[in-house]
Write a protein that binds this ligand. Structure first.
Ligand SMILES: O=c1[nH]cnc2c1ncn2[C@@H]1O[C@H](CO)[C@@H](O)[C@H]1O
Length: 380
């Protein structure tokens, strides 16, 4: 399916919970920043650069992660560029009809000092991970003011960099009142199936200090990674989670717990996480079981997609209906990391937009099946 598909599968307000800021940068912005910084790139055409960054056919997660090497050195270490990327991100999401988004990134991967090792072969500079978070917060806030949607952020620990993780949780705590809502663990789980003690300590601290938690697990790694994410890292949501289905007991437990799965259809095909035949996708099982999940783009720069593409895939190959789109967006809002009051406001906005009567929400404790009930008592 082409990235610039024109068909809009669900033309109503949406909630997106799993998208990487650094996987969403515009090729034009990369070129522009490179020019300003006097950096050479293999091309000065936005189309050619997009093609270079893009995965066209199913690969592996490891190959996919290598794509970031084409552009991260351009943006990392540049204050103006980081703020601009965050601002443009909000514009993109507003155009896609997103009402609320949680965007994630690794502050360390955008810094050039107080980070060991300094990423992307940069020379040491004076941009710390701490200041990166402040810049992204300011870019997102400026975007919110202009484009009138809500954007919050999630800070990523990286599987291969356990020595960064304690700093990540400290940044989550420091910036919890300026837009940061949670901690994540991202990176290559195929090479790091068991969370390093460094990550475990950081997630323990997150629990202790009330920082929300999501973990990339069961994307390409086995169901045991999901089990560890839930039982050890105390994840409240699972990034991807497709391979949970390989452990029936675990899957049933997670259904019962109303665990939220952040599903990324096009991503799951191109990273080799799932069978490229969408009619065999684990999401079909999630839908049949009325699981709690959202639909997300993950890294639209690299998958050459928009949110509409992901919705269209589910409509075309998995028989998703308008009713299911509404249900999953309501579940996404309920599983967001917003404070309860803001969550209720978001839900009310969705109910309005979907032409559904507002149910009496009792502090955000309803589960997926309650939403099911709400859906069935309101005609379309
Ligand atoms: O689908 C994914 N699975 C695991 N890691 C990812 C995925 N997409 C991006 N990143 C990693 O997360 C970092 C912070 O945003 C990215 O730089 C990339 O290394």
């Amino acid at each position: 399916m082409a990235g610039n598909c024109v068909e809009v599968a669900f033309n109503k307000p949406k909630v997106e919970l799993h998208v990487h800021l650094d996987g969403t940068i515009r090729p034009e912005t990369i070129l522009d920043v490179a020019k300003k910084r006097g950096m050479a790139l293999p091309t000065d055409s936005a189309e050619d650069l997009a093609r270079l960054c893009m995965l066209c056919k199913p690969a592996t997660l490891t190959e996919f992660l290598c794509k970031f090497h084409h552009f991260m050195h351009v943006i990392a270490g540049d204050r103006e560029a980081i703020k601009r990327v965050a601002y443009e991100f909000v514009e993109t999401k507003a155009k896609e009809g997103v009402l609320y988004v949680e965007v994630r990134y690794s502050p360390h991967l955008l810094a050039n000092t107080e980070v060991d090792p300094i990423p992307w072969s940069q020379k040491e500079g004076d941009l710390t991970p701490d200041e990166v978070v402040d810049l992204v917060n300011r870019g997102l806030r400026a975007g919110e003011n202009t484009f009138r949607i809500k954007a919050r952020s999630i800070l990523c620990c990286m599987r291969h960099m356990p020595n960064w993780s304690m700093e990540v949780v400290e940044l989550c705590k420091k910036y919890r009142h300026s837009g940061v809502v949670a901690i994540d663990l991202a990176g290559d789980e195929s090479l790091n199936c068991e969370a390093h003690p460094g990550h475990r300590k950081a997630f323990e601290e997150a629990v202790r200090s009330g920082v929300h938690r999501t973990v990339h697990a069961g994307e390409v790694g086995p169901a045991s990674v999901v089990k560890e994410a839930v039982e050890v890292l105390k994840a409240e949501r699972i990034g991807h989670g497709y391979r949970t289905l390989e452990d029936r007991t675990l899957y049933e437990q997670l259904l019962k717990k109303n665990m939220h799965f952040e599903v990324c259809p096009m991503s799951s095909k191109l990273t080799g996480a799932c069978d490229p035949d969408f009619t065999k996708h684990p999401l079909i099982r999630f839908k049949e079981d009325k699981a709690n999940y959202s639909l997300n783009t993950d890294d639209p720069l690299i998958f050459n997609t928009t949110l509409d593409v992901d919705y269209s895939i589910t409509q075309k190959y998995m028989n998703f209906t308008e009713k299911e789109f509404k249900r999953l967006n309501i579940n996404a809002a309920k599983s967001s990391f917003l404070p309860e009051k803001e969550k209720k406001d978001l839900l009310n906005r969705l109910f309005d937009a979907y032409g559904m009567k507002k149910p009496a929400l009792k502090g955000g404790t309803e589960n997926s099946r309650d939403i099911q009930l709400i859906m069935s008592t309101h005609s379309e």
